[in-house]
Design a protein around this ligand. Structure first.
Ligand SMILES: *[C@@H]1O[C@H](CO)[C@@H](O)[C@H](O)[C@H]1NC(C)=O
Ligand SMILES: *[C@@H]1O[C@H](CO)[C@@H](O)[C@H](O)[C@H]1NC(C)=O
Ligand SMILES: *[C@@H]1O[C@H](CO)[C@@H](O)[C@H](O)[C@H]1NC(C)=O
Length: 556
């Protein structure tokens, strides 16, 4: 076939595929039930999303020049994400000369002939689609793999986000006319109203800058919300706060007022990165900094959950290469908070690299779950920490068991459970956790699902430095089986050791094998900013999931 007719055939195929999928997939309608996001049956749907940008200068979804879109969507699924927060600039909806450009034209206009060549190889059907058709085709491909999509208005004018003075920060800024924005939201909501996989619309990413104020926030966010809801009453309407999505604290004094409040469609979104407390993470004691950052998270947005309002942690993430001290301390802290609240979330980000970011072609994304070439995970080790948060542990439909405590180890994304060696524990995938009973700030740690097994009492005891913590035969409730929360982070689980065990405070820790659970002298509980306690961090998280019971091994 000549190249032209080959392209035409591919386009036709694409159109047919899109039509077929539109028919096939039933529209998923989500709504809220107090703080939870639920499906039509009232079952919780936990958003475990990954951010995927289409808002940079070319307005072409990142990665199309590197891998076939179906392969990328397949990786999203195989990595365990059920949803994508797909970004776009409002200009795509409001500037016809932009939205009618083809992918090829836009890439070439930005000097990205190499990316255009990559699209021709990997996604030939996309090259002559308009930018709007291209975005739709990405959404449809995700839908085809049952991946939910949240369309996120990231900026007005295409380009990297965000700066205080980039003209895109707040209503009234150079490129941010509120009327144009409301029109743009309404068109996007209309265009995607009948696309089943689009379950939510995020009104605007990271409002910020010298113009920001709460008065205008209520005025325009409520208008934007009404416009989206009128065009697509099925979609969740997601509202971010001020100061780069760091601040929803003002909602404590004044709730949002929308006409469709009774329909359960409003969700709030908040962001959290290490760089907002960069200096503290680097210089401070990680327990103390984590405690402050976690309290701050509650004040910034976490408090909404207790008021029955859904909160979506729509951006968090860290350098996945392991060399960033701040990120290494921040990430397990943030993961512990996400687990504690069992938050809905979107990791930043999917992309291993960008076609063009901040003037650099082919820029690497060190936070990206995929590697530079979009072929495989950047770092399998760190991936498991993110994946640990994908499984719901509470909420409507997940109440099979009475609430119990999980010992979650955020550094590895694993949980404490009985090991094959009698009475000892090891790190296991959290779907294989044991159910513990614990009453903070100080009590025994009792394995609730292990009554009368092999003559062992079900309470956990410390046996000394570097030795496994065990379920023993001695009576429970003495010093070595009374565990207290010993640091500000709330993640050091400690006993006071008897003099014959060397005295001092012993904390749960991971053994040198990286798997067994032992006790060791507690590391840098406070003050010291030079040492890293994260290996000893165990977050006590409440779950109501059914426990996959493993019979407790008997004493050898
Ligand atoms: C609309 O998009 C075109 C193509 O990118 C651009 O040249 C033009 O400046 C845009 N118009 C406005 C008003 O932003
Ligand atoms: C993956 O992350 C781990 C833990 O942070 C780090 O030690 C390792 O070097 C990273 N590997 C790669 C390939 O970046
Ligand atoms: C737990 O999840 C892992 C994958 O992460 C899977 O291999 C394993 O079978 C699951 N275990 C149970 C009990 O479902």
């Amino acid at each position: 076939m000549r190249p032209g007719s080959r392209r035409a055939a591919l386009c036709l195929l694409l159109v047919l595929l899109l039509a077929w999928h539109r028919e096939r997939a039933a529209a998923l309608t989500l709504s809220t039930s107090s703080r939870w996001i639920v499906d039509q049956a009232g079952h919780r749907v936990k958003l475990a999303c990954v951010n995927w940008p289409s808002h940079l200068e070319p307005v072409v979804t990142e990665g199309l020049g590197r891998q076939p879109v179906g392969a990328i969507a397949g990786m999203v699924v195989s990595l365990g994400f059920n949803c994508v927060r797909l970004t776009y600039p409002i200009a795509l909806a409001t500037n016809a000369s932009l939205s009618s450009l083809t992918v090829r034209q836009s890439l070439l206009a930005h000097g990205l002939a190499e990316t255009a060549g990559g699209v021709e190889v990997n996604n030939p059907g996309f090259l002559d689609l308009t930018l709007m058709e291209s975005l739709k085709a990405v959404v449809n491909t995700l839908g085809e793999k049952d991946v939910m999509v949240i369309l996120d208005n990231h900026v007005s004018k295409p380009g990297w986000c965000c700066g205080d003075d980039d003209g895109n920060g707040f209503f009234g800024d150079r490129d941010f006319d509120p009327d144009v924005w409301v029109d743009g939201l309404a068109s996007m909501a209309t265009i995607f109203a009948d696309v089943p996989s689009v379950i939510g619309m995020s009104l605007r990413n990271e409002l910020r800058g010298p113009r920001q104020n709460t008065e205008d926030w209520y005025t325009y966010m409520q208008r934007g919300a009404e416009a989206v809801h009128a065009a697509n009453p099925r979609a969740l309407v997601i509202m971010g706060g001020l100061s780069y999505d760091y601040d929803l604290s003002f909602l404590a004094a004044r709730p949002v007022g929308v006409s469709f409040a009774a329909e359960g469609k409003l969700v709030f979104e908040v962001h959290w990165y290490s760089f907002s407390d960069a200096r503290a993470w680097e210089a401070g004691n990680a327990n103390e900094v984590c405690a402050r950052a976690a309290r701050d998270f509650e004040r910034r947005g976490g408090f909404l959950l207790a008021r029955g309002l859904p909160l979506f942690l729509s951006e968090f993430g860290a350098d996945l290469r392991g060399g960033d001290l701040r990120g290494n301390r921040y990430f397990p802290c943030a993961a512990a908070v996400a687990a504690k609240h069992d938050l809905d979330w979107a990791y930043w980000a999917l992309q291993g690299s960008y076609a063009l970011r901040q003037g650099v072609a082919g820029m690497d994304e060190v936070y990206g779950v995929l590697d530079w070439s979009w072929t495989k995970p950047r770092n399998e080790t760190v991936l498991s920490r993110i994946q640990a948060l994908q499984r719901p542990i509470q909420g409507p439909g997940y109440g099979e068991a009475l609430p119990y405590t999980v010992l979650f180890h955020p550094l590895t994304g694993l949980c404490a459970a009985a090991s094959a060696a009698a009475g000892t524990l090891e790190l296991r995938p959290c779907n294989e956790t044991d159910a513990w009973a614990y009453a903070p700030p100080s009590s025994t740690l009792v394995r609730r699902d292990a009554a009368a097994a092999g003559g062992l009492l079900p309470c956990l005891r410390a046996e000394g430095r570097g030795l496994p913590a065990r379920l023993g035969t001695k009576a429970c409730g003495d010093a070595l089986s009374t565990w207290r929360i010993a640091s500000d982070s709330g993640m050091h689980v400690a006993v006071d050791a008897a003099p014959e065990l060397g005295g001092g405070t012993l904390c749960l820790d991971v053994g040198a094998d990286g798997r067994s659970i032992v006790t060791n002298p507690c590391a840098c509980l406070r003050g010291d900013g030079t040492c890293d306690p994260e290996r000893q961090w165990f977050k006590l998280v409440t779950s109501t999931r059914r426990v996959a019971r493993t019979p407790l091994p008997t004493l050898a």
